[in-house]
Design a protein around this ligand. Structure first.
Ligand code: IMP
Ligand code: MG
Length: 389
């Protein structure tokens, strides 16, 4: 029997796995959705009735009128981006009053952080990280060296710094002790969803250091970043695309630099939602996925963008060791699917070769697939296992 109704969604690779869409689907049954790490370096894209909405700070749960949204203390937040996002929501007629809460212990991203991020990238030469230049690293640096500015301090701010005055106006109406609030929802047996940003391989401790972001992107980060104990987490879902992408510098063993990469990039619209940079593209890396299962303690996998691979001559996966890449002949029956998957809504409707591919992934990493996305829209999804009751 389930003890709590709490679910963490994390990315298994370098971010942009398609978490936004799954969070959106799971938020239908959530009472609350919490962000616990990162900042506006994230860009969570969801498509509703053909309309694209990109949220960078506020959880996409905000688009469902009954869902409470929380920005917890593991985040660092830019006041101007927060204000712009509220404006975007206002234009979409989304009412946030009484539904949006921000931790008074979250840290402020300042113009100085952005300037430092840019200066550090520009002077790094070939050692640059390829950051999103949103001031994330310097904001966390100030937090960890105990020089940061917590949002709660804005309540009593009486100085004349124009940015801090804007921040005061933007944040003060939303500030609360979010740990207390989230735990009260869990106590009441409500469904709480934790929305991870970036991905396991960008995690400050467990990623491809130094080519990582500056926060805790793994499932454990949901606990430290929100003030919820690990004993209260019920299920952790890892999101992976059916292939892998990476923006920014750093290792990428399965990267492709050929026409297949071009094809996947254009079909999958693999361009950064924050920076518009073309994303690097490669095959699914199963040892890396198995690593993500381990460091997050994943209970299930959600597979995004399966439809993008339809019609390729071969679909490959990396299995590591001496024979890194294998093709469909070795994991399946030698045929790769050409069917359009976007209309399929059940696992059994999927072509046999797709089922072989998915089965191979499950067997290799040792956890079941709970959700499969076969197209960008909310309803273009196969629910294998209903995660929330
Ligand atoms: P930063 O988070 O801006 O410091 O960037 C550090 C690294 O993480 C760079 O490689 C970025 O491209 C990458 N990164 C940060 N946020 C995201 C994201 O939401 N999706 C994909 N990559 C990200
Ligand atoms: Mg993104």
């Amino acid at each position: 029997m389930k003890k709590y109704n709490t679910v963490i969604v994390v990315g298994t690779s370098f971010g942009d796995e398609g978490k936004g869409k799954f969070v959106d689907i799971l938020s239908e049954k959530s009472d609350m959705v919490c962000r616990f790490n990162g900042s506006c370096n994230a860009g969570h894209t969801i498509i509703i009735n053909g309309k694209k909405v990109i949220l960078r700070l506020i959880p996409c749960g905000i688009l469902r009128p009954d869902v409470i949204c929380v920005l917890a203390q593991g985040m660092v937040i830019d006041a101007d981006v927060f204000t712009q996002e509220l404006e975007t929501l206002r234009k979409l007629d989304v009412n946030v009053t009484g539904r949006l809460f921000v931790s008074d212990a979250a840290h402020l991203v300042t113009p100085d952080h952005i300037a430092r991020d840019i200066a550090s990238e520009e002077s790094a030469g070939d050692k640059k990280i390829g950051t999103t230049r949103k001031g994330i690293g310097p904001a966390y640096e100030d937090k960890v060296t105990r020089k940061g500015f917590r949002l709660g301090s804005l309540k009593t701010y009486n100085g004349d710094d124009v940015y801090l005055l804007r921040a005061k106006k933007a944040f003060v109406p939303y500030l609360i002790d979010t740990s207390e609030y989230i735990n009260s929802f869990i106590d009441a047996g409500k469904n709480v969803l934790f929305e991870g940003s970036q991905g396991t391989l960008l995690d400050i401790d467990h990623g491809t250091y130094p080519y990582v972001t500056s926060s805790s992107c793994i499932a454990g980060g949901a606990c430290t970043g929100s003030g919820v104990g690990p004993t209260r987490i019920n299920h952790t879902v890892g999101v992976t695309k059916a292939y892998v992408t990476r923006v920014g510098e750093g290792p990428f063993p399965t990267e492709l630099n050929n026409d297949i990469a071009e094809r996947i990039r254009s079909r999958g619209q693999e361009f950064g939602s924050v920076t518009r940079r073309p994303r690097r593209v490669g095959w699914l890396d199963l040892p890396a996925l198995r690593y993500a299962v381990r460091v997050n303690g994943l209970d299930s996998l959600a597979i995004a963008k399966l439809d993008v691979l339809s019609g390729l001559d071969d679909v490959m996966v990396s299995i590591g060791n001496d024979k890194p890449l294998i093709g469909s002949k070795e994991w399946g029956n030698g045929t790769v699917w050409s069917e359009d998957l976007t209309k399929m809504r059940t696992y059994d409707e999927l072509p046999e070769s797709v089922r072989l591919y998915l089965g191979y992934i499950e067997k290799f990493v040792g956890v079941p697939i709970s959700l499969i996305s076969v197209g960008p829209d909310r309803n273009e999804t196969i629910v294998v296992d209903q995660i929330f009751d």
